[in-house]
Ligand binder design. Structure first.
Ligand SMILES: Cc1ncc(COP(=O)(O)O)c(C=O)c1O
Length: 781
């Protein structure tokens, strides 16, 4: 079964048979010098041997960070025993190993899918790496008041919703011994060709028994971290990290482990890992068989006792609860009116039995092959006595379903580095949380740092408090205050704010009425500070055939658009968001062509009273500003359509929003080519938010250009446009539309067009354009 001789213990052997046997004269750390410098009482208690092998890195014993001999061999033996390609010893427990797994698999800003009920070391790994966690709901067990594993269906759905995720982390099995269908999850995750990391803190024994859940390495996971010290024979802090396949960089893993682990690893821990591996590899099957048999008897006996319950394989459902490690014994005395916490107290105080942990309903006993028959009998005797002596005192409250996972505003690293402010819990609705709130049962965070606090969460906490259920995590143990992150203190580290770059294009020949050529001068006159901010694109005047009534001023439109397209393309390539202020709407031919040259898949929302979808054949006026959108989709005169070099907009990626003046030719076009349309009347009917929800369903793009024509606003609020149309949006509605679009899409670029000083009244339109520019300056994450 094994390729190597699993009887070897290279680390322990060199320490015992070489270093200690030779009685090396120690002029190295640790300073106790093989025990001679240790405080007497401690030395007498410990005995001499631990100190004889408590050494540091030197050639004779090899080093953990760059192992060449004995440690290298011990790691090879561990990999052989566990079926890994490479194994690493972690003397900072599985906590350190999990941090290393995460840091090797994801970098700042990358998405990692994790169960909502992760161990805190996963949060630490996420904070250290700067990754963006996407939470998956575990299966909640109402009966036993705990959270189990994440079902494969949940992983599948979350990945479908987040196809850009870089890794997935799963727990196998949970603290309570319940495992999900890991093999199926491996298949799902590998369809996306990303690594599956497994927190196998409670599974270093799985590989050695058919009766236990499948181990991560056998299931095909890419990496797993096991607490060798928890379940099998290593000393506390001794864990092993296993890796296989090509989705994790082995070099990076070594580098990260070296970064996280001490340069003075304990050789006692390393030797204990070495020997624990030998023991489990050679004798594991027998030892585990016995411990399962014994645990089954213990469970059975407890279940016979009045008022006590100990769940087992009956909880399995073939999904998130797929298999079970029966050595975990969760005892509930809920029927006697005892909480898990109370039961633990009784076990410790009266019977000298120390459980692993207790929760609201259960006490968890970890049983292993280290137990004796006598210790199991002590538990049974204690449980019988408690059953006889306890008068049933009141009901233990049942727990409510936990609230929806709130919106994450900052990732955990950003939240970690942001200043916190203490505030009353009831006043915290709407603020960003700086703390965790954990609800027990079922032992799951209802709020994590960086998440927006909702009324539902605060009400839930109040309900738990009233019901006497357990809420943990807050610094204020009285649960009256919470540390929040005020917007002003919020640190955004990894989601780069895209810089706006404003271009001013004072062009009017697409509208063929005078006015918009003064738009930028008008802005500068009212807001001189914008002179330092806006880069001017000078219109290019060409000779024109003034008798051409079908395509008026076409040569100037094309030449100006070319200059704008080139500048837009440059800015997008350099990571900017161009904001193009016009000028009549024909300039969008330039801005959108420039964008599409770089971002072929971007969509466009056209917020305008008009559709601008005429061609030279259908246009009643021959003004090109009414033909731009058709030309961008490849329809109309070749002089215009040539401009974006074949990168035509797909009509399915175009949405006309708020139109209220459509020509028959345009209506034909919309129908024929299937352009998305939500008219202004429809917005009024549905309401703005619902209309934007519908827009989101229609426009299935990630990146979006907003082409905003001021004439979409009611002339009462923005009269200064080329072709006013009655009614239209209010200014606040436009700001809301922009806000929601920024939430729903990555906004690549924006046009703000048709500002006409000659028709403006009381500076209403120019003020609104400035308001929009300021708004865009404030958004953009
Ligand atoms: C599920 C889970 N993961 C990780 C850890 C961390 O393991 P260690 O204590 O070895 O650092 C624990 C510890 O309790 C755990 O229960």
């Amino acid at each position: 079964m094994y390729k190597l001789n699993q009887k070897e213990t290279p680390i322990f052997s060199v320490l015992k048979d070489v270093y200690a046997a030779r009685e090396v004269i120690p002029f190295h750390v640790p300073g106790h010098k093989q025990g001679a410098g240790v405080e007497k009482e401690f030395y007498d208690f410990m005995g001499p041997n631990p100190f004889k092998i408590d050494v540091t890195i030197f050639e004779m014993v090899d080093g953990l960070h760059n192992p060449k001999t004995h440690i290298k061999r011990a790691l090879e033996l561990a990999a052989d025993a566990y079926g890994a390609r490479e194994s690493f010893f972690c003397i900072n427990g599985t906590s350190g190993a999990i941090q290393a797994m995460i840091m090797s698999a994801v970098k700042a800003g990358d998405k990692i899918l994790v169960p909502r009920n992760t161990h805190k070391s996963v949060n630490a790994g996420v904070i250290l790496s700067g990754a963006q966690p996407v939470y998956m709901d575990p299966e909640i067990d109402h009966e036993n008041g705990i959270a189990h594993g994440v079902a494969p269906e949940t992983v599948e759905r979350t990945l479908r919703e987040n196809p850009d995720a870089s890794a997935v982390l799963i727990i196998n099995p949970t603290y309570y011994g319940v495992a999900t269908d890991l093999k199926k999850i491996v298949e799902i995750v590998h369809e996306y060709d990303i690594p599956l990391l497994v927190d196998e803190a409670h599974g270093p024994h799985l590989r050695f028994s058919e009766e236990l859940p499948l181990s991560a390495m056998e299931a095909g996971a890419d990496a797993c971290a096991q607490s060798t010290h928890k379940i099998i024979g290593a000393m506390t802090q001794g864990s092993i990290l296993h890796v296989q396949g090509d989705r994790i960089s082995y070099g990076k893993m070594r580098q990260v482990l070296s970064l996280l682990q001490t340069t003075s690893p304990s050789y006692i821990l390393l030797a204990s890992l070495d020997c624990a591996r030998k023991q489990i590899a050679l004798d594991g099957a027998d030892l585990i068989k016995k411990s399962i048999e014994r645990a089954d008897i213990l469970r059975e006996e407890i279940n016979k006792i009045d008022g006590f319950k100990c769940f087992g394989r009956e909880v399995l459902d073939g999904m998130g609860k797929y298999s079970f490690d029966p050595t975990k014994i969760a005892i509930s005395a809920r029927d006697l009116g005892l909480t898990g916490y109370q039961l633990e107290r009784i076990f410790v105080d009266k019977y000298n039995i120390q459980p692993e942990l207790s929760d609201f309903y259960n006490v968890l006993l970890v049983t292993t092959f280290g137990d004796t028959l006598k210790s199991h009998e002590s538990v049974i005797a204690a449980v019988k006595e408690i059953s006889n002596e306890t008068k049933h005192e009141g009901e233990i409250p049942t727990f409510k379903d936990i609230p929806n996972v709130p919106e994450m505003e900052q990732n955990p690293r950003e939240a970690f580095f942001s200043e916190k402010t203490r505030t009353r819990l009831e006043e915290a609705v709407g603020a960003i949380s700086g703390e965790f709130i954990m609800a027990y049962p079922p032992g799951i965070p209802i709020l994590c740092p960086g998440e927006r606090i909702t009324e539902e969460i605060i009400d839930y906490v109040e309900d738990l408090k009233k019901a006497g259920l357990s809420v943990q995590g807050l610094e204020d143990v009285n649960l009256e205050n919470i540390n929040i992150i005020q917007e002003i203190d919020a640190v955004y580290l990894f989601v780069e704010k895209v810089q706006n770059f404003i271009l001013g294009v004072p062009f009017n020949l697409g509208a063929a009425v005078t006015g918009t050529e003064f738009a930028i001068d008008y802005l500068f006159g009212e807001y001189p500070e914008l002179k330092n901010v806006i880069e001017l694109i000078e219109p290019v005047r060409e000779d024109e055939n003034l008798f051409d009534k079908r395509l008026k001023f076409v040569n100037s439109v094309i030449s100006t658009s070319k200059v704008l397209a080139e500048r837009t393309r440059e800015l997008v390539t350099s990571g900017y968001r161009p904001i193009v202020v016009g000028g009549d709407h024909s300039i969008s031919l330039g801005s959108i062509s420039g964008l599409l040259a770089e971002k072929r898949d971007a969509g466009v929302i056209w917020i305008d009273a008009h559709a601008d979808m005429n061609t030279a054949d259908t246009s009643p006026s021959g003004n090109i500003h009414g033909m731009v959108l058709a030309a961008l989709m490849g329809h109309g005169d070749a002089k215009l359509t040539r401009l974006n070099k074949g990168n035509f907009l797909d009509p399915k990626k175009v949405l006309l929003f708020g139109a209220r003046d459509l020509d028959p030719g345009e209506l034909n076009f919309i129908e024929k080519y299937g352009v998305n349309l939500i008219t202004h009347d429809e917005v009024l009917e549905m309401g703005l938010v619902a209309a934007l929800e519908k827009a989101k369903e229609m426009l299935q793009v990630e990146e979006l250009h907003i082409s905003f024509d001021l004439d979409s606003v009611d002339p009462n609020f923005a009269p200064g446009v080329s072709v006013p149309v009655n009614d239209g949006f209010e200014k606040e509605e436009i700001l809301e539309i922009f806000s929601i679009l920024f939430e729903n899409y990555k906004i690549t670029s924006v046009d703000i067009v048709e500002l006409n000083p000659l028709t403006d009244k009381d500076g209403k339109s120019v003020d609104f354009v400035k308001e929009l520019i300021d708004f865009l300056d404030g958004v953009g994450r």
